[in-house]
Design a protein around this ligand. Structure first.
Ligand code: IGP
Length: 275
């Protein structure tokens, strides 16, 4: 059965082939090498620090396969700057074009506007995309375990680390968490949106959080609409949440981020005091 994920990746591969013809891999590698060093997203997300704060990864997201158009983002740089002022730790920029309406230009605009780490959010299947992300100033990339076999996951993660970047390694099942851990993932996301049905199942998070590799930053992804959703992820071990829709559709994303961070910190304090 062909799933939404398969369909998206087929489109991504076509667009990728076109970009590779335009900008050969050697040229992208030179541009990546000329960039200042990547920022440490792992540390920015609380890696190595005692639990306490809940970090927010704030996403620039124009549309989604499940909802269609979400927001008319005329100025992604201005939006990202607002996210940063609201206290986001990382900015996520969707660059997939066909389903999410993103582009490399959005990544460029955001990179130039903020001084915190930037995640290139795309369906990464080839090394070229990682080097390209670095060439455009991204500090981390998304690796979706469901889209990669073990050898490719390991290879892409190795290149990411070679380039001085981090990867947000996205999982949906226990098996995928185990594969992420075996590959050496240091930032592990649990996407509670099922990529086959596109439905949100928040309880998936708690079931997987207990299997996470020692020392990894755990990120709750998708379906954060209000402070209760953040508290749910934080209570079950998340150090960070990734939020798109709720921020792009809100008139005051700064206030929303602040609200999410305090709800998260309160839930973490509660979890720690229960032990
Ligand atoms: O808009 P939401 O429900 O806050 O979700 C954000 C983020 O989790 C979602 O955009 C996402 C998670 N994993 C992905 C993989 C590809 C594209 C998009 C995603």
């Amino acid at each position: 059965m062909s799933t939404v994920l398969d369909e998206i990746i087929a489109g991504v591969r076509e667009d990728l082939a076109a970009r590779e013809r335009l900008v050969p891999a050697a040229e992208v590698a030179r541009a990546a090498a000329a960039r200042p060093a990547a920022l440490d997203a792992w540390a920015a997300l609380g890696g190595g620090a005692p639990a306490g704060d809940l970090r927010v990864i704030a996403e620039v997201k124009r549309r989604s396969p499940s909802k269609g158009a979400l927001a008319d983002i005329a100025d992604p740089a201005a939006l990202a700057a607002q996210y940063e002022r609201g206290g986001a730790s990382v900015i996520s920029v969707l660059t997939e074009q066909r389903r999410f309406g993103g582009s490399i230009e959005d990544l460029d605009a955001v990179r130039a506007a903020v001084s915190i780490p930037v995640l290139r959010k795309d369906f990464t299947v080839e090394e070229y995309q990682i080097t390209e992300a670095r060439a455009h100033g991204a500090d981390l990339v998304l690796l979706i375990v469901a889209a990669l076999d073990d050898a490719r996951l390991a290879g892409l993660l190795a290149l990411t680390h070679e380039l001085g970047m981090n990867a947000l390694v996205e999982t949906h099942t226990e098996e995928e968490v185990d594969r992420a851990a075996a590959a050496g993932a240091r930032i592990v996301g649990v996407n509670v949106r099922n990529l086959k049905t596109l439905e949100i199942h928040r309880d998936v998070f708690g079931a997987l959080a207990g299997r996470m590799p020692e020392g990894a930053v755990i990120v709750g992804e998708s379906g954060v609409r209000g402070p209760d959703d953040v508290a749910h992820f934080a209570r079950h071990g998340a150090g960070a949440v990734l939020v798109g829709e709720a921020l792009v559709t809100d008139g005051d994303p700064r206030a929303r981020i602040e609200e999410f961070k305090s709800a998260g910190a309160a839930a973490i304090a509660e979890r720690l005091s229960a032990h």
